[in-house]
Design a protein around this ligand. Structure first.
Ligand code: SF4
Ligand code: SF4
Length: 144
């Protein structure tokens, strides 16, 4: 894991271009995905999809804002379209999905997945600070 501290101290010089491989939307031999999100996000997803919170998620057992955890079907996220590898709730997908392959920790530091976990790392252009600022703006909307 790569970690940097400080709210505005975003990960630097990291190339990333998503290939839509969907590896971050399912379990694999290498990892088990934990797709966690807030109550507010769960309510937004439920409203947009017409599916009850209890159908697509369970309580995570965590004491922080990530109070719910996505259900999976045979290791795939409940909302992953297996054939197209696309997200069925893309516009309302949880913050952790928007952040991936980055992760915002509770102390304000950032972590970045290993290149072996995300084939989009090392491709395309450098991720700009504006990307992280947009994510933080969204985080404020769904967590506070
Ligand atoms: S694992 Fe990385 S490249 Fe693959 S879909 Fe997720 S973010 Fe995109
Ligand atoms: S909500 Fe969408 S983006 Fe997030 S893990 Fe599920 S399918 Fe992937």
């Amino acid at each position: 894991m790569q970690k940097r501290s400080g709210k505005e101290n975003f990960p630097k010089d990291i190339l990333f271009d998503c290939t839509i491989c969907a590896e971050c939307c399912r379990d694999s031999g290498k990892h088990r995905r934990r797709i966690i999100f807030s109550e507010k996000e769960a309510e937004e997803i439920s409203l947009a999809s017409g599916i009850s919170k209890a159908t697509f998620s369970v309580r995570s057992g965590r004491k922080d804002a990530y109070s719910r955890r996505m259900r999976k079907i045979s290791g795939n996220c409940f909302f992953l379209n297996i054939e197209s590898r696309l997200c069925r709730i893309y516009e309302k997908r949880p913050l952790v999905c928007r952040f991936y392959p980055f992760e915002l920790r509770e102390d304000g530091s950032w972590a970045c997945a290993k290149p072996s976990d995300c084939e989009g790392l090392g491709r395309g252009e450098v991720v700009r600070p504006a990307h992280f600022r947009r994510l933080l703006k969204r985080a404020k909307e769904v967590f506070y």
